[in-house]
Structures are given as C-alpha cells and as structure tokens.
Write a new protein. Structure first.
Length: 164
C-alpha cells in the first residue's frame, strides 16, 4: 500500500542529498601550505656532525663528558677557544671548565699549535673529551675549515660543524 508522501520514508519527503562546500576547506589548506613553505626557509641546522669513524676507536665504553669545547674561526685567522661545562674536580678551581681564550693568528695562518695545547689541557682534566664544535664566520673559506679539521682529527676525532 502506498502512502501519500511519495515513498520518501520517515523524513516526510525531504531529500537527504546535500553538497559540501569545499571552497573554504581548500582556502584553509592553501593558506596552511603557503605558511609551511614560507617558514621552512627559516629552519637551519645548528650543529652538523662531520666526524668520521677513527680506526680502532670503540664507542661502546664512551661516557658523557661534562664539558663542551667550541672553537670559533674568525676573520684574519683569529680563533676563539671556548670551554664550558662542569667545574673542575680540583678544589678552589670553580671555573675549571668555563673560560674563553682568543688565539691570535701566526704567519702561516691559524694558530693550530696553541689550539692543540688547549685541547691537550682539556683532555688532561677530562680524558673523555673527544668531541668539539667548530664554527666559522661567513667569510672564512671552506678549504681552511677542512684543513683545520684534518689537523685536529688526531686530538679530537669527533668534530661537529656549527654556525654563529
């Protein structure tokens, strides 16, 4: 038997099909994607691990070292050696791991001899210190950075590149 509502069912003859307006959703995604693409250009890596595995080195017994060694390469072959972290184990040496030293250039370029002495001092106090962060000013040539990394590799096998 047919009812007078045209067979539409319990909703009294109203059509249940409707269209979703996708324009506002597409607008939102367009703005979101544009924002993400624009903000991605401001992202930068702070430190890049450029170390190479040293033959015979075993990292299984490596302990966390409470000091951080930073070397900044400035213009005109000037270097800044920074050490920060935990105080020294010696009594009365509260700033044992917190100091900054300027290393002036030598005739041949970087003062690697003085830098190696500083690294030896650090490793004498903290034998586990095997890594450092090497940062360079924008006008320092890349070839100088690589040569310095190769010079430092026997003393500091883990050299990470950073920027300032």
């Amino acid at each position: 038997m047919m009812t007078g509502d045209g067979g539409a069912g319990p909703h009294g003859g109203q059509n249940q099909d409707f269209d979703i307006n996708l324009a506002p959703i597409i607008d939102c995604f367009t703005v979101l994607i544009t924002f993400l693409l624009a903000s991605a250009s401001f992202l930068a890596i702070g430190i890049f691990d450029s170390s190479v595995a040293v033959p015979g080195a075993n990292d299984s017994n490596a302990k966390a070292v409470p000091v951080r060694v930073d070397v900044e390469l400035n213009t005109n072959f000037e270097m800044t050696f920074k050490l920060s972290g935990a105080p020294s184990a010696k009594k009365g040496d509260a700033n044992g791991a917190n100091y900054t030293r300027k290393l002036p250039p030598v005739r041949s370029g970087w003062n690697t001899e003085q830098l190696m002495k500083e690294l030896e001092t650090v490793q004498a106090k903290w034998p586990g210190a095997q890594s450092m962060v090497l940062s360079a000013a924008d006008d320092v040539e890349y070839v100088h950075i690589v040569k310095l990394m190769e010079t430092l590799r026997p003393k500091m096998p883990n050299v990470m590149l950073g920027g300032f």
